[in-house]
Design a protein around this ligand. Structure first.
Ligand code: NDP
Length: 444
């Protein structure tokens, strides 16, 4: 494989998909050497079959708003690769959703799921529907309409969706309800379900907690303690709040949180009471982070991002490409020693280069945020067994998986000078398993 040739070909075929091309480029560049050690991969044209999704469903969703107006949105499900297990990946509802973003997410998901050690392929879905400002009933009607179209293509052994940006427990519940009605089965087709109908304990917490467990592993390689460290977090949704929750319980200081309107800065770190306030504000009342600043009188920067504030550790947990080259340089100038990604692809390629050049601890999302899908995998296992595990059982399992992902990154990503390149490690480890599975299954 010549990466430049492959990328040129994909750019020609998919010219309007920058996020997809960005994700593919990052992975291919780091696996090129390993790939070329196996001539049979090239003979089987593994690279193209790995980069191009198995199939994509694209459809219109029609729903009625509270005023009786008929509304339409575009919706998708990208089934990327099922070599190692049923398709698995979240659903995103956000005005920015398009095919490029979902293809990048499904591609990344394939390697992430491979890293978890569980049997899950990669997929992603979503719509440009924005739940922001919509009533409960509007969200429900949209979710139902989305599933009325998609239900034929998903199932417990086929494709198992979950949440992502704009899709939490409420949305998964509505989608599961309609799936159950259409398919006439009560099965583990969704993860992130309510506890009363097959959900797993620790699933809401899993991505944030898992990211902190991964961070602890990274810090341990340099003998650094988490306690007392200042951590800048972006976002204030599911991943961000549970990351903050675990950090607080381990004695770290959370100095920033944000939403798509702005960022709050609390130099001494959020108290437990303040974090509870944010959780209620964002998850229950669906308010704005600005309201926290008004309540507690802290600094708030409209339209700002966390990366210019002094911190020891950054944990981006909002969205893709939210740390650019300038942000990365600002973080490094302020003494940041570690970046552990809760979001998917939050750092631009230029930012990643800066982190690696500076030899700081840098964990890409596909390793650091894999805890969410891991516990989704455990939810699938519990649904198959028709059993519920205790919170401790699930959390211990999550801990083991994150430690294992870290070990895989160290195994494949250690460089001659001892530096662990987690990007390379995660990409090679994730790729090798999918590649071997695809080779064994013939040309499909
Ligand atoms: P939520 O919808 O719960 O929260 C998203 C947060 O990010 C909100 O605070 C939102 O602000 C903010 N945000 C979203 N889009 C933008 C944007 N374009 N610019 C600035 N801020 C933005 O989503 P999650 O917490 O579930 O997901 C966050 C990230 O983590 C995503 O990248 C997702 O793919 C990734 N992830 C999630 C997993 C999960 O288990 N949920 C698993 C692995 C990765 P606002 O309130 O204004 O919308």
């Amino acid at each position: 494989m010549n990466v430049n040739d492959v990328l040129a070909d994909l750019s020609r075929r998919f010219p309007n998909e920058p996020e997809y091309l960005q994700a593919v480029s990052e992975v291919l560049k780091s696996i090129e050497d390993v790939y070329n050690e196996y001539p049979e991969f090239e003979r089987y044209n593994l690279v193209e079959r790995l980069c191009i999704p198995d199939r994509i469903f694209t459809f219109r969703v029609t729903w009625t708003d509270d005023s009786g107006r008929i509304r339409t949105n575009m919706a998708y499900r990208v089934q990327h690769n099922n070599a190692i297990g049923p398709y698995k990946g979240g659903i995103r509802f956000h005005a920015s959703v398009n095919l490029s973003i979902l293809k990048f997410l499904a591609f990344e998901q394939t390697f992430k799921n491979s890293l978890t050690t569980l049997a899950m392929g990669g997929a992603k879905g979503g719509s440009d529907f924005s739940p922001r400002g919509k009533s409960d009933m509007e969200v429900m009607r949209f979710c139902q309409a989305y599933i009325q179209e998609l239900w034929r293509h998903i199932g417990p052994e086929t494709d198992v969706p979950a949440g992502d940006i704009g899709v939490g427990g409420r949305e998964v519940g509505y989608m599961f309800g309609m799936y159950k009605k259409m398919a006439r089965e009560h099965s583990g087709t969704f993860t992130g379900k309510g506890l009363e109908f097959g959900g797993s304990l620790v699933r809401p917490e899993a991505t944030g907690y898992g990211n902190v467990y991964f961070l602890l592993n990274m810090l341990a390689t340099r003998g650094i303690e988490l306690k007392g460290k200042r951590v800048a977090i972006s976002g204030s949704g599911n991943v961000a709040t549970y990351t903050a929750d675990k950090l607080l319980s381990l004695g770290a200081k959370v100095v920033t949180m944000s939403d798509s309107d702005g960022v709050i800065h609390v130099p001494d770190g959020l108290t437990r009471e303040q974090l509870d306030y944010i959780f209620t504000l964002k998850q229950i009342y669906r308010g704005r982070i600005r309201e926290f600043a008004e309540e507690y009188g802290c600094e708030y920067v409209e339209g700002g991002r966390p990366w210019s504030f002094p911190c020891d550790i950054a944990m981006p947990s909002a969205t893709q490409n939210e740390i650019d080259g300038d942000d990365a340089r600002a973080l490094l100038a302020n003494g940041c020693i570690a970046v552990s990604e809760g979001a998917n692809m939050p750092s631009t390629p230029e930012a990643v280069d800066e982190f690696i050049k500076a030899r700081i601890l840098y964990a890409p999302g596909k390793a650091a945020n894999a805890g969410g899908v891991s516990v989704s995998g455990l939810e699938m296992a519990q649904n198959s067994q028709k059993l519920s595990w205790t919170a401790k059982e699930v959390d211990d399992y999550l801990h083991r998986i994150m430690n294992d992902i870290h070990s895989q990154c160290v195994k494949y990503g250690s460089e001659a000078d001892g530096y662990v390149n987690y990007v390379k490690g995660a990409n090679i480890a994730g790729f090798m398993k999918v590649a071997r599975a695809m080779m064994s299954q013939g040309i499909l």
